[in-house]
Each structure stands twice: as structure tokens, then as C-alpha cells.
Design a binder for this molecule. Structure first.
Ligand code: SAM
Length: 279
């Protein structure tokens, strides 16, 4: 039953507009509108906020966001087949839904939004990580968005919230946790989607902190972390030797043992190393 608005059920929308899912576009649609409204609620109070949604597809999450009171939703969809279905939603919520038929990777989305801005999306898996990295590395901090509420494959979600000491810990965890709080707020089985993907999914909620947890130059930190995890099994002195001929001195100055491995180093240690290298 569709209890969140007066539009037709999503199965009927998909049938009426011939929206057979395309794998190349990462299309796994959510059909339960109560579930999409629940995902929208994970972003907190949406009234008074513009929401950026990437990949609305037939509009299940879009309808959840609008029903939950978003001031405006800007939805960026690459597949033109979805436009008529999205136009029906725009008509049901006059002045509150703007649909952009574009590739989210090639769009200046900020130009279409007025702060406060929240990003909420069931991301296409093939571009999800790339979009997250871009949102986490804006030219200035705090970013235009105040929070990101994003569906990922469970394994990617675990990498975002990972703590030191395990295989999931790496660049994504450090990038995300340096300037955001990050937690998994929902888990979804494959059957929640049509067609069901091969993997489980999870929703991650990230809130932008006003300032980084520890000071560091973003570019230097990014380079240190990427280099350290590029050869994550090696000791730091070997993995990072390309960064400086005096890498062992820098590691000690940062309070790190040159024999440690990247997986064991907490965020604070990487920030201290980035400061030493930048200095
Ligand atoms: N939001 C819908 C839902 O929850 O049912 C659909 C989610 S589906 C996982 C991902 C959507 O992203 C698809 O509609 C797909 O066409 C769209 N998409 C894929 N690549 C895209 C890109 N580069 N830019 C914008 N949209 C894209």
C-alpha cells in the first residue's frame, strides 16, 4: 500500500513508463515507499532544507524526501527514460522538485541549490565512491552541504566507518572521519530492491564537522594516506619512502614507529605526519 502520497505505486510507475532496470546505470530500484520515507528520515529534519538527490530513477526516494517535508529537491538523473515519471512527481509537488537530466559527475550541482543543503541518495554503485570522495574533498571547509545520507554496498559502508586495525580501514575511513561524523544508520537486504543486487546494502549518514578533528593540509594528508594504503602490507618507512628522503624522521616526529603498518595508524597519526611533511 502507498501511504505517503496520492501518486501511483512504484510498480505501476515502472510499468507505465517502461523502466526496465539497466545494469550499466547501476539501476536497482526501491519499490517500498514506506522504506524510502524511512531513508529520507535518516537525514534528519528536511523542512527548510534543499536536498540534492543523485539518481532518482522512478522517484521512490524523491517521493520520500518530498513527503518528509524537504523545502526543495534537486534530482540529477542520467537516464532520460525516467523523466516522464519524475515530471508526474514535480506536478504533484508544485515548485518543490527540479529534475536535471545530467551526469552527476559532470554537473556543477551547487549552482542549483540554496543552503542549508543535505545530500540524500540511493547511489548508482558504479559512481558512488567517486561522488563521495568529491563531496568529502571540496575546495573549502565547511562544505556547501551539511550532511550526506547515502546508500552504498554494505562493504563500502563498512569502509567509510571503519576503525584502525582491520582490512576495511583505509583511505575512505580517513577521508570521511577527518572532517565528518559517520555512522551506518540502516541495513538493507538485496530483496529490498528490484532487481535485487548480489550484495547487501547500507545507509551511511555523515555530518560535516565545523572544523577538521586534527589540523592538516588536505592535499598533503590525502597524498600521505593514499601512498600509505597503496602498499598497506608494508611497514610505513618502506610504503612512504617516496614522500621524503627523511621519512623515518618525519614518522618519529609524528609519534609513529617506522615499522608500523598503515592499517594500525589512527587518524591523529596521519594528520601529525602530514603536518611534519608539510612543515
Ligand atoms: N533512487 C532510485 C531508487 O532508490 O529506487 C534509483 C536508485 S538506482 C540504485 C541509481 C540511479 O542512478 C538510477 O536511476 C540511474 O539511472 C542513476 N544514475 C546512474 N549513473 C548516474 C550518473 N552518473 N548521474 C546521475 N544519475 C545516474
Amino acid at each position: 500500500m502507498n501511504s505517503i502520497d496520492s501518486l501511483p505505486p512504484l510498480r505501476a510507475v515502472i510499468a507505465a513508463h517502461g523502466l526496465s532496470a539497466r545494469k550499466a546505470l547501476g539501476q536497482n530500484f526501491l519499490l517500498d515507499l514506506n522504506l524510502t520515507a524511512k531513508i529520507a528520515r535518516q537525514a534528519g529534519d528536511l523542512t527548510g532544507c534543499d536536498v540534492l538527490e543523485v539518481g532518482p530513477g522512478p522517484g521512490g526516494l524523491t517521493r520520500g524526501l518530498l513527503a518528509e517535508g524537504a523545502r526543495r529537491v534537486v534530482a540529477v538523473e542520467k537516464d532520460p527514460r525516467c523523466l516522464p515519471a519524475l515530471a508526474e512527481i514535480a506536478a504533484a509537488y508544485p515548485g518543490r522538485l527540479e529534475v536535471l537530466n545530467a551526469d552527476a559527475l559532470a554537473l556543477d550541482w551547487a549552482a542549483h541549490l540554496t543552503p542549508p543543503v543535505k545530500v540524500v541518495a540511493n547511489l548508482p554503485y558504479n559512481v558512488g565512491t567517486e561522488l563521495l570522495v568529491r563531496w568529502l574533498t571540496p575546495p573549502a571547509w565547511p562544505p556547501v552541504w551539511s550532511s550526506l545520507t547515502l546508500m552504498f554496498q554494505r562493504e563500502v559502508a563498512e569502509r567509510i566507518v571503519a576503525q584502525p586495525g582491520g582490512k576495511a580501514y583505509g583511505r575512505l575511513a580517513l577521508l570521511a572521519q577527518w572532517r565528518c561524523s559517520a555512522r551506518i544508520v540502516m541495513s538493507l537486504p538485496p530483496e529490498a530492491f528490484s532487481p535485487p543486487p548480489k550484495v547487501h546494502s547500507a545507509v551511511v549518514h555523515l555530518e560535516a564537522l565545523p572544523e577538521p578533528r586534527f589540523p592538516a593540509d588536505p592535499k598533503v594528508l590525502e597524498r600521505v594516506v593514499a601512498t600509505a594504503f597503496n602498499q598497506r602490507r608494508k611497514m610505513l618507512r618502506a610504503a612512504l619512502k617516496g614522500l621524503s628522503p627523511e621519512i623515518e624522521d618525519h614518522l618519529r616526529a609524528a609519534g609513529l614507529a617506522p615499522t608500523e603498518r598503515a592499517e594500525q595508524v589512527p587518524l591523529e597519526g596521519f594528520c601529525a605526519l602530514a603536518r611534519s611533511l608539510a612543515g
